[in-house]
Design a protein around this ligand. Structure first.
Ligand code: CP3
Length: 398
């Protein structure tokens, strides 16, 4: 497909750096210099004594169907084809930054990109979301899971590289992967599930086999994140455990945490200075936070920041603040459907509560959805920035 009409934001960078489809990979492999970082708000949120004018802000699923320009570019494209074209993926990543004052870009991809490269046949159904055609049904099916062919993920690193060049240091680039449990869950359920019965059957009936698969996914995920940093130029990474809350903490700790530890340790061994944010959705109890807070590799914490849900307890907040780790979150995205009045009030309450730490990144508690309105998203961002600055001024004056 000819992309020259489509790359409305990226074209400038392509022209300046003389990047072509043919030379992109070679360029990435031989020249890893990126523009100087002028906006350091996100990276500063991971430093102990950083000064800041306001808390940084980005939103989960900030590139998505609520944006008319996203729908336009996706009109005649299959989801995974778009992910696999680094030019299109970079363009989509940049779309929200064109009109919103955001401090980070999260690469346009999916948590299913990795299992796809590991032998799962996945399509993105427009109605149902992801559907896996060869899901794991019997324990023999485990043998079908393979290490990804290194070539099969290069397009992600290409897209990251292109995006980082196009950001000109004005935003921080975030890479990501799914957590082993969430990825495993997709592998056995075959699609987004409500009850997670197959996942639970595997976990409680085929415990040893499940652990084996979780560890396998963990090792490949670690390598995938390392490559996103070293090959692509990702500056921060986030792990999405979207289904973490589907099982009680006792099982999460016994069956899931060991595989997460493998992922985190292997990542930190190679990328000790790259901040890592953990999002264990609906699993924000104090026990789990303490478990993560205790995880170190030498002097390096395995988790640098926590993406929090909107209903996080004060007890958890105190623990994180005491430990000097970063807090990210946590406005319920449904609030953006509300009146301006309630939106402003909830933003204010979030800032009063979370900006008590210097290490705060404003975000939602879950991703934006196609139902969100662009103007409400804009109001959320503007209001968050305004109130965060006011909080800072008040803090200085007091
Ligand atoms: O945040 C971002 O802007 C970056 C890109 C991103 C996508 N998916 C793009 C996407 C990220 C970080 C993800 C992660 C992801 N994908 C998660 C974890 C976060 C979460 O939401 O809990 C999960 C569970 C998935 C799996 C997935 N991908 C589902 C269930 C769906 C269909 C539902 C939906 O939201 O449309 C997808 C498709 C998907 N991934 C879209 C986008 C922009 C929609 C694609 C389209 O239909 O055009």
């Amino acid at each position: 497909m000819d992309n020259s009409q489509t790359l409305k934001i990226l074209q400038d960078t392509i022209d300046k750096l003389k990047i072509t489809k043919e030379n992109l990979r070679e360029m990435r492999k031989t020249n890893k210099t990126f523009p100087r970082q002028t906006n350091t708000r996100i990276l500063d949120a991971f430093q102990s004594f950083a000064q800041f004018d306001r808390a940084p802000i980005w939103m989960m699923r900030q590139a998505g169907r609520y944006l008319p320009e996203f729908k336009e570019i996706m009109k005649n494209r299959d989801f995974f084809d778009a992910c696999q074209d680094p030019f299109i993926a970079a363009e989509i990543t940049l779309q929200p930054l064109k009109q919103f004052d955001l401090d980070a870009a999260i690469i346009f991809s999916d948590i299913l990109t990795l299992p796809k490269a590991m032998g799962m046949e996945i399509i993105m159904d427009k109605e149902k979301g992801p559907v896996i055609k060869n899901k794991l049904e019997t324990i023999d099916d485990i043998n079908r899971i393979k290490s990804p062919d290194p070539q099969s993920l290069e397009h992600v690193y290409d897209a990251l590289y292109l995006t980082r060049q196009a950001l000109y240091g004005k935003q921080t680039l975030i890479g990501f992967c799914g957590a082993p449990f969430t990825v495993f869950s997709y592998m056995v359920e075959g699609e987004t599930s409500k009850m997670f019965l197959k996942t639970k059957k595997w976990l409680y009936q085929y415990t040893q086999e499940t652990k084996k698969v979780l560890d396998l996914i963990a090792k490949e995920s670690a390598q995938y994140l390392i490559n996103q940093v070293k090959e692509g130029g990702a500056q921060v990474v986030q792990i999405f455990d979207s289904f973490a809350g589907q099982i009680p903490f006792i099982d999460y700790k016994e069956f899931v945490i060991p595989s997460l530890r493998i992922l985190l340790e292997e990542f930190k061994l190679e990328c000790p200075t790259t901040p890592l944010i953990m999002f264990a959705k609906d699993q924000n109890g104090v026990e789990i936070i303490i478990t993560f807070l205790k995880m170190f590799l030498g002097d390096t914490p395995l988790v640098d920041g926590f993406q929090l849900d909107s209903n996080v307890s004060d007890e958890v907040l105190v623990k994180i603040i005491e430990s000097d780790r970063t807090i990210q979150g946590n406005l319920e995205p449904g609030v953006l459907f509300g009146t301006q009045q309630i939106l402003k009030k909830r933003v204010s309450q979030m800032i009063e509560k979370l900006q008590t730490t210097r290490r705060f990144i404003i975000n939602l508690s879950h991703g934006l959805t196609p139902e969100h309105e662009v103007e409400k998203v804009r109001l959320f961002i503007q209001e968050s920035i305004r109130q965060s600055k006011l909080y800072k001024v008040r803090e200085i004056l007091e």
